[in-house]
Design a protein around this ligand. Sequence first.
Ligand SMILES: Nc1ncnc2c1ncn2[C@@H]1O[C@H](COP(=O)(O)OP(=O)(O)OP(=O)(O)O)[C@@H](O)[C@H]1O
Ligand SMILES: O=P(O)(O)OC[C@@]1(O)O[C@H](CO)[C@@H](O)[C@@H]1O
Length: 307
Amino acid sequence: MIYTVTLNPSVDYIVEVQDFQLGELNRSLDDYKFPGGKGINVSRVLRRFGLPSKALGFVGGFTGQFVKDYLADEEIETDFVKVSDDTRINIKLKTGSETEINGKGPDISKEKLEEFFTVFDQLTNEDIVLLAGSIPTSLPDTFYAEIAEKCGEKGIQVAVDISGEPLKHIVKCKPFLMKPNHHELAEMFNVEINSAQDAVPYGQKLIEAGAEHVIVSMAGDGALLFTKDHQYFANVPKGKVRNSVGAGDSLVAGFIGSYVKGLSIEESFRFGVAAGSATAFSYELCTNDEVEKLLKEVKVKSLEEGF
Ligand SMILES: Nc1ncnc2c1ncn2[C@@H]1O[C@H](COP(=O)(O)OP(=O)(O)OP(=O)(O)O)[C@@H](O)[C@H]1O
Ligand SMILES: O=P(O)(O)OC[C@@]1(O)O[C@H](CO)[C@@H](O)[C@@H]1O
């Protein structure tokens, strides 16, 4: 089973406004509410690929209930710990460009943390755990590394899509997959990365530090895959970007989902990139059919052949 961990889920409130005026009354052209948070998006995309997963994390209040009900309607299993504060609302403002305001989220007490860890008792080395998104401010930056260590002791594979300080702590846990975008990779090493060529030495450093697979996404500029023995580059399909929220999560879901289905690492990468783009080109998360349509446009080439 794939377990997705979203420590700080959200209700994503997507608002489209034409001629947005700061400091004025604006009326929305359209608005939508979706359950959000990176792990939850991965669970939703996996479901569209016909793969079961169980979503874990902390939810609370009316917004937490919305997240639970929405996932239940989509037949996604959950085992959330209930907290007393409301799950956050993240605003995604579309005004031609995309502006985001992500909420802080609930504080998590020591008792709730203990409850959360009991779920891991049932997991075995046949499971995969995905850790994704921000850590609530009441928890330490080392929290993901703590979960990854517990998983490591049981031989459970861990994939991570995290950023900032927590990303620095996780490498030593030798994750099965790390998926930083090029900004997150640059921040991690305190360098500037402006191209795929710039990213190569730093993606490689993560492999040398123990990660099994590293995908560095660069939005419309392609993506890199690093393994112990090889480095690959994938182009991304061309299309009109409608909503990039969840594009990175779709890439992760596409990669892990294909790997679990038994595809090669290279093919899983190709499917993941197509999934990321299919989400970027649609208003909601991608469907399997949308990904299949884009797949032929994605070419993966070994860096031994050059860029
Ligand atoms: N402009 C684009 N054109 C084509 N595909 C895109 C574009 N932007 C994003 N994607 C697709 O989405 C994937 C992930 O994008 P990105 O590098 O922005 O990840 P991210 O920063 O983790 O995304 P997110 O917006 O979900 O946080 C890319 O590898 C690509 O497949
Ligand atoms: O604040 P975090 O946890 O870093 O990111 C949360 C978030 O922006 O990520 C998802 C898209 O990847 C959204 O569904 C959600 O609102």
